[in-house]
Design a protein around this ligand. Structure first.
Ligand SMILES: [Zn+2]
Length: 178
């Protein structure tokens, strides 16, 4: 699938903005998980501690570990969800809304003639991160790679080109074929 096809595919996803029953079911399911002790919540400060520990132990390798963790989650969770939501464009909308409710940030897909981007407002990785010269949303970048690759059925790459932690208002991720 070339870049134009990928963008067209995601444009189709963008058209599925309406909330639907499946989205509502996902949200209900999420809170049910808490009630049934099948989910945990951690303070953002704790997640930042995880990131610091990985960086202290592995240096730049810690970034790779974080992004691979995110990518793996994106791949496996999307595969699980595809069993229940085989309509891939609709599934992307479900996932986006789902993660927003979980506090990961508000994800918005933006299509331009030559490229596709994901804008995340209030990224949980950047919102309380100390000021950085480089983008810091490594887990989310990997997660987007995993999810979108599964949705479009082909390996794609995602890079964070602007980040809240660097002083930008939002985090901007560029979607591109490998
Ligand atoms: Zn960011």
């Amino acid at each position: 699938m070339n870049k134009t096809s990928i963008i067209h595919n995601i444009q189709s996803n963008e058209q599925m903005k309406m909330k639907n029953l499946r989205y509502e079911q996902e949200i209900i399911e999420f809170f049910s998980l808490f009630r049934e002790n099948k989910a945990i919540s951690i303070p953002l400060e704790a997640f930042m501690d995880f990131k610091k520990a990985l960086k202290d132990c592995f240096g730049s390798g810690g970034v790779v570990i974080l992004s691979e963790m995110g990518k793996g989650h994106g791949i496996y969770s999307t595969k699980r969800l595809l069993d229940e939501h085989p309509n891939r464009p609709s599934l992307l909308e479900v996932i986006t809304s789902y993660k927003q409710k979980e506090g990961w940030g508000n994800m918005e897909f933006r299509m331009k003639p030559s490229e596709a981007e994901v804008i995340i407002t209030k990224s949980f990785e950047a919102e309380y991160h100390e000021r950085s010269k480089e983008p810091v949303c490594h887990f989310l970048r990997g997660y987007l790679e995993g999810v979108i690759s599964q949705i479009v059925g082909k390996e794609i790459k995602v890079s964070e080109i602007r980040c809240k932690a660097t002083g930008n208002e939002t985090c901007v991720f560029k979607i591109q074929p490998p």
